[in-house]
Design a protein. Structure first.
Length: 216
């Protein structure tokens, strides 16, 4: 449908006002909220994610596209709730204890929401126990930890250890990322996944959520 393509294009350009108006117009035309979400908003954000991964667009472009997506989903949310539509899965996200950096974390969260996931963002300076308690509370299977400082990387190991101590390690996929983090470090602390950028993190999270859903 032409209007869904127009929503996607406007979102890619970060035109929040246009996206909002077109989403409402699509609803008025009788198009299902879920269809508008998937074929309009998520489709557009998917294109932005691919371009970001390929260095064709940059952080500011992603931020304004994410803002446009938020404007559109706010219009859709009541109808999605009425239709009983739920996100494909929940992700627990945060920057580890001792670290106050949030740009990378926020970007990851936006990319994940752009893939249709529900993100529970715990913010910055998050203790290990809070990550795991949130996963238990929200019945989430994926925990994502971010760190920008080498001095706070060790806190990621604590997240893994707390999951073991609380008896939920087998029920969780623990993802780690951030400038000083790499695959070898992730393996050394017993984390499940390391991704080098926000777009890859979103793709990995979706794959894991689908895997967990299939096992449920």
């Amino acid at each position: 449908m032409e209007i869904l393509d127009q929503i996607s294009q406007a979102l890619q350009k970060g035109k929040a006002k246009d996206v909002k108006e077109m989403v409402q117009a699509a609803l008025d035309q009788g198009i299902a909220a879920q269809t508008i979400l998937v074929d309009g908003l998520l489709s557009g954000m998917g294109v932005v994610g691919v371009k970001f991964k390929n260095n064709e667009v940059y952080v500011p472009d992603v931020l304004i596209a994410a803002r446009a997506m938020k404007a559109g989903t706010e219009i859709l949310r009541p109808q999605l709730a009425a239709d009983g539509v739920k996100a494909t899965g929940k992700i627990i996200l945060g920057t580890v204890k001792g670290d106050l950096h949030d740009i990378g974390k926020n970007l990851v969260g936006m990319m994940m929401e752009g893939k249709g996931l529900e993100v529970v963002d715990l913010g910055v300076d998050v203790p290990a126990e809070k990550f795991i308690d949130a996963a238990i509370e929200h019945n989430a299977n994926v925990v994502c930890c971010s760190a920008l400082l080498t001095t706070t990387m060790g806190e990621m190991k604590n997240v893994v250890e707390v999951a073991k101590a609380k008896g939920v390690r087998e029920k969780l996929t623990i993802m780690v990322g951030g400038a000083p983090v790499n695959d070898a470090f992730a393996n050394s602390i017993g984390a499940d996944i390391y991704t080098p950028d926000a777009a890859s993190a979103a793709e990995a999270a979706v794959a894991k959520v689908l895997e967990w859903n299939a096992q449920a």
